[in-house]
Design a protein around this ligand. Sequence first.
Ligand code: ADP
Ligand code: MG
Length: 662
Amino acid sequence: DLFYFFPRRYEDRTRMTSIPELKVGEWYTISGKVLTKGAHRSWFTKKHIYEIILDDGKGRIYCVWFNQSYLENYFTTGTQVVLYGKVEMYKNRIQMVAPEYEIIESNEASSLNIGRIVPIYSLTKGITQRYLRKTIRVCLDRYRNELADILPVSLRNKYRLSNIKRSLENIHFPESLTMQENALRRISFEEFFLFQLSVIMRRVSITRKRGIAHQVNETLIKRFAGAFPFQLTRAQTKVMGEIAYDMQKPSPMLRLLQGDVGSGKTLVALWGCVVAYDNDCQSAFMAPTEILARQHFENIEQILSQSSLKDMRVALLVSGLKPTQKEILMTQLKAGDIDLLIGTHALLNEQVQFKKLSFVVVDEQHKFGVRQRSLLSTKGTNPDVLIMTATPIPRTLCLTLYGDLDCSIIDELPQGRGSVQTRLFREEQSSEGYALVKDKVKQGEQAYIVYPIIEESEKLDLKAAQKMFKHFKKHEFKDFHLGIVHGQMPRKDADEIMRRFKNKEIDILLATTVLEVGVDVPNANVMVVEHAERFGLSQLHQLRGRIGRGERGGLCILITEPNTPEAHARIKAIMSSTDGFRIAQEDLNIRGPGEFFGRHQHGLNELRFANPITQIDILELARKEAIAFVEQDPHLEKGQNVILKQVIQKRYPKYLAMVEAG
Ligand code: ADP
Ligand code: MG
């Protein structure tokens, strides 16, 4: 564990900058003797202030710490210290505020702590840099030679990666920063390689199984395409082709479908269901919320009823069903009297049994875990699986997160779509924004007003939707029909409100982010987002994707007071583009990968050292090699590969457990 407890940064202490050379605004490591020290309390802020003057023989600088009274006994005059911090100007003097500090003993001319590139670790109470460096040094000296290299020699030679002993030495006590970079590269390669091995073994364990080879004939495609009042887009047709190709093969499909909000993923998924139906098989379609499941159900029913596919039997399974209804449904399903079952994660329930399930759709994948998606598959004999997401994922992350899936992309919107004008209003100008909403609603359109939270919270000081609902009814929108939906209201009530909104009985709908995923009301072409700075970038993009249908073009009004640099960056990004992939990339840049996907996502959290964003080149090489290894030896049971497997089992048990469980 110590070996793999990596420094969080390094300091080059071979050449310290002398105090007269320091520039304001830059970060430096300096070294010198404590000349004077003293503490006082600010009469104004009551803060404890501790100051020293450091003298390096060439110049002097003030160093200040606030509220760290224990420092009073830490330094004594004459002590040799190393400081790291930012140089600032304060009342005509240069100073370092709260620099990191380290005492150097007088006999330490050259040691672990001085005269070299020095590792700086994250510390915890009671442990100092010096102590940790020394301990790691001793352990490296004593045990380094017992480390076994798990990265196969062939790969080490091919990519000129140093052995593990040397690499760890250069991670902790690098001879040069280049050596440190090379060492990190090697460690990252190993990590990517092992992780990709686990992902690819998982994939192969599924795709090597025998699934159902569907028949797809020409007339079916024509019948399907003819079922809509519009032309399928080129991108939709292309992806349908990819799905048809996979479904004809006996090995199970594992495919990720990415497409921006409103790009028409649902139809593409329905195509797979129709293929299954035509082959006398069943499909399951899982959506993350009840509102969405119901919406898919209603849309699909409507489409089918007007087409030559009206014999296809579709049912909806949500948790609110009466026991008798549910029982009937389960019996029909098992008897094969239902061709397509749409629902929420209620589908995962063990009572749900199909006669012959051959196609599975998981909508808005990021709302489900890997386990859930594989659980649904176990309800058939190796069905074809289509996973859909409206959060476009930059390629590099796609390999990390979904390295076990093939990728399809719908990269175009249906004609006349996506023309949304986005306008920005400050809090105090919100009535101007509301006036625009009134105009649009008077012309027969409908509007959303979206809020970040529901109950008023003192801490956040946001005007909650409920309070504004009452306010709007009396003032701004008293001449219109208003409705409100939020996550805390009973599902029945929420569904009822959505139904009335779809029927145009409600003009303006106040809502919390339940709208974010997939709600589809074409006549609602105006959206106000209150406190837009509180929303994530992808969330804003998803929300905005709800509008902009039809010829008229949508209007998105952001009411916001961006109060942090990140919030500014988000608002700027959403104002400047409507392209989901560009926005996703921007979001990733602003937030970093961990935040981007949320904590529950696998893959990113599994990686300790490697970074799929900055090390994409290494990731691709490691992935290529992992594929080659698994092709040669699918269960990693030959020769040295056994060791690889053992390590993976220990490190990524979730993945291998799934391989073994199938
Ligand atoms: P998403 O990709 O967000 O799931 P949907 O599949 O829900 O998008 O499609 C959004 C809307 O666009 C639906 O009302 C659907 O009927 C319609 N639609 C889908 N494909 C086309 C097309 N090729 N031309 C016109 N409208 C389409
Ligand atoms: Mg959708």
